[in-house]
Each structure stands twice: as structure tokens, then as C-alpha cells.
Design a protein around this ligand. Sequence first.
Ligand code: BES
Ligand code: MN
Ligand code: ZN
Length: 495
Amino acid sequence: MQISFSAAALPKTGAILLPVFDDRKPTAAFAAVDKASGGAVARAMKAAAFEGKTGKILDIVSPGDLSNPFVFLIGAGAKKDFDALAAQNLGGAGAARALATREKSAVFALDGFSGGKISGGALAARVAHGARLKCYRFDKYRTKEEKADKPTLTKIAINTPAKDAKSEYAPLGKLGDGVFLTRDLVSEPANILYPEEFAKRCKKLVDLGVKVKVLGEAEMKKLGMGSLLGVGQGSVRESKLVAMEWMGGKKTDAPVAIVGKGVTFDTGGISLKPAPGMEDMKWDMGGAGAVTGAMAAIAGRKAKANVVGIVGLVENMPDGNAQRPGDVVKSMSGQTIEVLNTDAEGRLVLADALWWAQETYKAKTVIDLATLTGAIIVSLAHEFGGMFTKDDKLAKKLDAAGAASGDKLWRMPLTKNHDEMIKSDIADMQNIGGKGGGSSTAAAFLGRFIKDDVSWAHLDIAGMAWNTKDKPTCPKGGSGYGVALLDEFVRKNFE
Ligand code: BES
Ligand code: MN
Ligand code: ZN
């Protein structure tokens, strides 16, 4: 999708997208379009009793003397509440409507449109960003799609007098690139995206100035990563560990580490999952996908911060050589783990990835993202990622980044008692707790691989990585959740 900004007169072709607050006060853009239509737009709004409610759209087809085939009034809700996320959602709503026509171009007519919490170039940029996010499609495997089903829209213009719209949009364009990369990774089937292929895609970040290191099984074995390697042991695909370094900050500043679970397919292993829905486990690399997309966004906009993204990549398969329930493995940290359930594999991967991140980069802030437990979906549905941390200050920062980015988080409990629940009879710990609190015992497990002086949070994104329904700025499929969150977290706290 081509995105452009212009202050010139509105184009004479393509769909016009005209936002309307619930006070229905005509903006300069509205007045101009209405005048050109000979008053047909205002008459249509009145006749249809259009109220400007958020997300509501009024179709006005070929109004009066206007040469454009469509004017779509896009409800913007209450002016006083209108903020960056509302602008993004408005962009998404307008784009969705334009996509459903056979038009090649659409223009958001924003002259005089100003919200209570955002205005000018910043508002225009957010509308553009939301519109672009909504236009994402993963259609590379459709070879027989009917022409009539393929969207024709290729251009979205933002008509605004704001001179800084384009510069405001620049970092959001990079964020969008990152979100799309994550959506691509999450959407790819597991026969295409296995650890080695994932690592290859990480390597493309070199073009953005990111340093990429890839460790294979031999190197990980030397480092003593028995926990991660045990998970990949039943797969014919080689496990990988990838580090993506972006050092845009001061040389002396320790980097922030963002660590992702990258299980490219999770069958459960010998503790095999049931068949229905197992296909969902192609996106069990959603944490690693978010980390990779975030690194692309952060490097893409040349953030003045030191950030390293680390992804542990494995495929969890049942096999003659797969690890068995009851096996004891030794992690890089030296701690031993009794693997009572081979389906609780994400934490085994993260145990070594987290430890390696701290040893290698001396990071003092570590955030991990993982599609870790089904239990987090029981708690938070598909509304929030679950946040686990003992650090109240870090929780506050992440909460704020979640609210600002729209990738919402909800803090969950992580206590000493949860840690008690993973005591093993024969090893230092076991990889599952008892009944109940599955997301918290998983977090407690990860906590055993965090050094005392490190500020750490674990984000369980099992309910967020995949959308089963269309969302305002995302078609159904891979969501890209976590990219905007991490980008905002870094921007606010480390630049
Ligand atoms: N990848 C799954 C968690 C998951 C479930 C992600 C549904 C997305 C949607 C994870 O590896 C897993 O299997 N967790 C088990 C843990 C249990 C064995 C303690 C679970 O949640 O059932
Ligand atoms: Mn599993
Ligand atoms: Zn898993």
C-alpha cells in the first residue's frame, strides 16, 4: 500500500474518507466536499441520521456534482476523547471501507479535523498508520483467488494542511514494517518456517544495521544449553539461537534484552497435544516473532538506544529420539530440570535463552515474550497480555507502554509460593506446577533463570499473537502484538 501526504486540493478520483465527530460540526474538509457535491453530503448525513459514532460509516454514492464515486463518512466519536489510538482505529475503519470497493485510491480528508488529545501532523500520521496496518494481507499461497476477491486499492492519501505529517509518520512507517514482519512470521506455516528459516529471516535485519549472530546445536551444546536442546531433540530441524544487536545508544549503556519463545511448531512432543486445533501451534513462535519485528522497528527508525533481541528457535516433535516425560536435563545456568511434561517446552527454551542473554550482554533489563500457557487465555481471554514481574517500577513502565501502544497488558501474580509449586523430587525443579495457576508457575520457572540484579518481566502473549476475528487495525491472522509495545517501551524509557 502506497501512503502519501498532501496539502493540495482533494483528488477528483477515488473514494473520499471524511471523518465526523459525534457533534457533527462540519470541518473545513467536510464543507469543501459538501460544497463540491452541491450540498448532497450534508443532506445524506441528515437523511440517514448519521451520528458520527466511533467506527460507524455512512456510504454516500456518487453525491451530486462530485466526480469522486464515493464519500464515506467515518464516525470519530467524541472529540474530547479522540487520541492517537482513536486516530489509528479511524484510519483502519476508513481503509477497510475503501478496500471493500473496486477503487484504486482513497483519500482521508482531514483539513480542520482535530481531536481533543491529538491534532495536526501527529493525528494525520496515526490515521495513515492505522490505515496501512489494516491493509495487511498474507496471500502468498493463494494461487487461484478470483480477481473480484482481490482488493484493488493501492494508494491511500492523507489530505492535511499539517506540514509535519510526513515527519510524524516516518517512525510509524518503520513500526508498521516491524508489525508486518511479525505478522508474516506468525502466519507462515511450520513446513516453511522452521528454526533455520526463521534465523535466515532474522539475518535480513543486517540491512537495517542490525548485527545478527546465529548459534547452531554444536555451539549451544558447548555452552551447556541442555534445556533448550532437549526440546528440539525430536525434530529433524536443527535448533537455533539468534541474537540481533542494535547499538544505537551510548557505548557505555548496557543493552535492554528482549527475549522471545520461538517454537516453530509445538506438537507437545511425547506429551502429545490433541489433534483439534493443533494447527494453531504454528504460531507458537509469536514471542520470537514480536522480538524480531520490534528489532526491525527499533533499528528501522534508528533508535538512540542499545537493544538486543534474542530468540530461541526449536521445533517440538514426538520421535524415537524425542525427550521423554521424566527426563532430567541440565540448563546452561547449571540448574537441573525434571521434564514432567514435554508440552511445557517454551519455558525450557527460554531458560537457556534468558541465561545466555544475561551472560553475554550483561543486560540489566530483560523482557521476555512467549505464547507460554493456555491458562493465560482462561484468565485474560484475548484482551490483554499477561505481565509477570516482581519489579513494580518496571510493571508501571510496561503498563504505560501497553496503554499507549494499544498492546494492552494486565499484571498477574508471581509470588514465592508459585515458586514452591515447581519443586522436584529428584532435580532442582520440575517444568510444571500442580493444578491451577499455570501461568504463574510458568513465570516462576522462568524467574529461576534470572540473576538477582536484573530487572525482569515475562509477558505471556498466548492469547494475543493470533486474531481469530478482524480487529480495527488488523485483519484476522497474525496480529503483530508486542511490536508496538516494545517499540514504545524502548522509546519512552531508554532513548
Ligand atoms: N504453546 C503452548 C501454550 C499455548 C496454548 C499457546 C494455546 C497458544 C495457545 C505451550 O507450550 C503449552 O503447551 N503449554 C501447556 C503447559 C502445560 C503442559 C503445563 C498448556 O498451556 O497447556
Ligand atoms: Mn507446549
Ligand atoms: Zn508451546
